[in-house]
Unconditional design. Structure first.
Ligand SMILES: [Zn+2]
Length: 401
């Protein structure tokens, strides 16, 4: 057995012992405060069981085949338990006004003795929660600690009543037990309802995830973070923008890094889906080989040896484009090995995209090494092609030597 499993077994043994002590006390005294405290522990045992089953499911191999449903079931059951607790709490409160306090001294001793195993349960749960990196088990441990203080209040109230015979102390003990039940119902009910409705349990987690993802090199912007809490686990969906020239080969390892970092830094996250979108470009400089210096000119059959280049600068403004076109004579048209000349021209003009019908090997090599976008020219004029480019209707150019 691993150390975590040992801790969990200890937690269960000690909480069961605390329950047994309180039940025995109730059986002897029929004290209402003790009855409330017994029911309280019983509920806590069930909730802890849920947490452990959910943790076990997420670690089990068949968990990969499960979607959110099973965890939601846990939330649904928890929600009904919360309603049940409210009912019990009021039922006990009402009966405490009818039944007079009985054997409060003995009841107080049983209540106070039960706190020792309860404290141990809180300690072992918190420790196991830290080892398993489970926020829900840690929260459960914290709850048990709170129950220790609350139990102390009930025990001392009963004890003071037994010693002073002042009935106010008895009702104080009852009220502490009553509000502890209501508080438990509230925290269980709130979390399960939020989870059932897919509402955020903790808004800070979204900001934290955004920060982690945007710190990964290659991520330009985090567009959206969606978080789904289900029982004790968290599912994350995230949309990030990366450079549009990255291939799947290049961007996929980055998504793995994002996934790993989120899982490492945020406890309870079992799955991260990263959706990659290209950064939306706003500025374009097109180089298009044309036959004559007119926007009605045809696209040249050749690229590097074309007579004239059209340089078209586009700036996206909302839905519209600002457009500026100039024509330059090809200065290296008559030269051999034009690759380096072509490269210099591209650098000088700040070209981002090329539209062409064909390309030689040297020129195409430059396009690849500069990571330019290269588009297959469609039939029609320069103006037709620019229009299609803006509408994203051009196909990627495929080099065919
Ligand atoms: Zn409790």
């Amino acid at each position: 057995m691993s150390s975590v499993q040992t801790l969990i077994v200890y937690a269960f043994l000690s909480v069961t012992l605390a329950l047994a002590i309180r039940l025995a006390g109730f059986w002897l005294t029929f004290n209402i405060a003790l009855a409330m405290e017994s029911v309280h522990i019983l509920i806590d045992v069930v909730i802890t069981l849920f947490v452990l089953v959910a943790i076990w499911i997420t670690k089990a191999s068949f968990a990969k085949r499960l979607s959110y449903g099973l965890f939601k079931l846990e939330d649904l059951v928890s929600f009904f338990i919360a309603l049940l607790i409210v009912y019990f709490a009021f039922d006990f409160l009402l009966s405490s006004s009818k039944v007079l306090a009985s054997m409060s001294f003995v009841a107080a001793i049983f209540e106070l003795v039960s706190l020792a195993p309860l404290f141990l349960a809180g300690y072992t749960k918190s420790l196991a929660g830290s080892l398993l990196r489970s926020p829900s088990l840690k929260a459960d441990g914290k709850h048990t600690y709170t129950d220790v203080y609350e139990g102390m209040g009930v025990g001392i109230g009963l004890l003071l009543f037994a010693l002073s015979r002042l009935v106010a102390f008895y009702y104080l003990a009852i009220l502490i037990a009553f509000f502890a039940l209501l508080y438990t119902a509230y925290s269980i009910g709130k979390d399960s309802l939020l989870s059932l409705l897919d509402l955020p349990k903790d808004k800070r987690v979204g900001k934290e995830i955004e920060g982690i993802a945007s710190s990964v090199e290659g991520v330009k912007q985090v567009k959206e973070v969606r978080i789904r809490w289900a029982g004790p686990v968290i599912f994350v969906e995230i949309v990030v923008e990366m450079e549009p020239y990255l291939t799947i080969d290049e961007s996929h390892p980055l998504t793995e890094v994002i996934e790993g970092k989120i899982k490492e830094k945020i406890e309870g996250v079992t799955s991260v889906v990263v959706h990659v979108e290209p950064v939306e470009r706003k500025e374009f400089t097109l180089l298009v080989p044309v036959d004559s210096a007119s926007e009605h000119s045809n696209i040249s059959k050749v690229l590097g040896k074309s007579k004239i280049f059209a340089i078209v600068r586009l700036s996206r403004r909302e839905k519209e484009f600002e457009e500026q076109t100039k024509f330059i004579e090809n200065p290296f048209r008559k030269k051999e090995h034009i690759g380096p000349y072509f490269r210099d021209l591209i650098a000088k003009e700040g070209v981002t995209d090329v539209i062409c019908a064909n390309a030689g090997e040297g020129v195409y090599g430059v396009i690849c090494s500069r990571r330019l976008f290269c588009w297959q020219a469609a039939s029609g004029s320069l103006a037709d092609n620019v229009k299609k480019f803006k509408a994203k209707e051009l196909k990627k150019f495929v080099f065919n030597p």
